[in-house]
Design a protein around this ligand. Sequence first.
Ligand SMILES: [Zn+2]
Length: 375
Amino acid sequence: MSTFSFSLDATDGSARTGVIDTPRGQIRTPAFMPVGTAATVKAMMPESVAATGADILLGNTYHLMLRPTAERIAALGGLHKFMNWHKPILTDSGGFQVMSLAGLRKLTEEGVKFASHIDGSRHMLTPERSMEIQKLLGSDIVMCFDECPALPAEEKVVASSMRMSMRWAQRSRDAFGDRPGHALFGIQQGGVTQSLREESAEALKSIGFDGYAVGGLAVGEGQEAMFGVLDYAPDMLPTDKPRYLMGVGKPDDIVGAVARGIDMMDCVLPSRSGRTGQVFTRNGVVNIKNARHADDPRPLDESCTCPACSNYSRAYLHHVFRSQEMISGMLLTWHNLHYYQELMQGMRDAIAGGTFTAWQADFHAQRAKGDIEPL
Ligand SMILES: [Zn+2]
């Protein structure tokens, strides 16, 4: 069995492009990971997700442990087989969603006790239990169990939370053990305080991980503060390992993060927006529910090769959205995921060609133009 490895092919400024090799296939970086919360990317068949160009999906430990349970998925052959996705899967640790979704939480050094948001049943997540669940799921990239305060927060709150997360990172490392072909990523915390980010990075590096996430961002701090942290945080992490920015983001967040040295990202935005009629294009956001599209025979984006743009008019997409037909979410999600993957491919090519600065200028200029004029 081949092992997990990362090779950097080119850099342009702080931006990087390379390949993560796993036994389940290659992940081209910078990579965008669609989110398959409940063992499905909503409204998409797995082969359709692959057709958009995705090399890897994200699965959510918190959701899957509650329903259908990790033990059931393991008994049925693991998450890849269960959901019919045979490329790599990254699972989060459950920590973030316990804090954002569960009821009756009790946080201690041991872990988090909580009540399920589905049926109120009581559970406990610890670093050891999170590692066990992610192993049962068969995840290729496992995330350390951590805790992350919502921002803004007092610095002393961020500091003590970060230090507990670093103790949990050591416990995660110990519980993960030696699993060839599977990777464990550490998660840097420290909010928007540079010295805390440095302390966290040093703690993680001394433990040693296969990759490193910049955590605790996209939690309410805004793009300017996030980019402020990304101006220094990735440089604190090892150059020869993948760097993952969790839960980001909008297209311009993603471009800005890649420009600052991030290799992997995930976000529900393209899939969730597909179901609410919000469409991402080269020329910015289009709201398909607007009446201006009702008689418009043109595609969403004439340069896009996705099924929604190749085969349907804005008028049709407007109609099925307004009629709440299921094909609306299917087509718009496909388009959005296709757009995100094209964005990543564009960045990979530009970084490899040494033209990323010009590529970014063109990206922003196209968006500034706005949507095509109404007919
Ligand atoms: Zn399209």
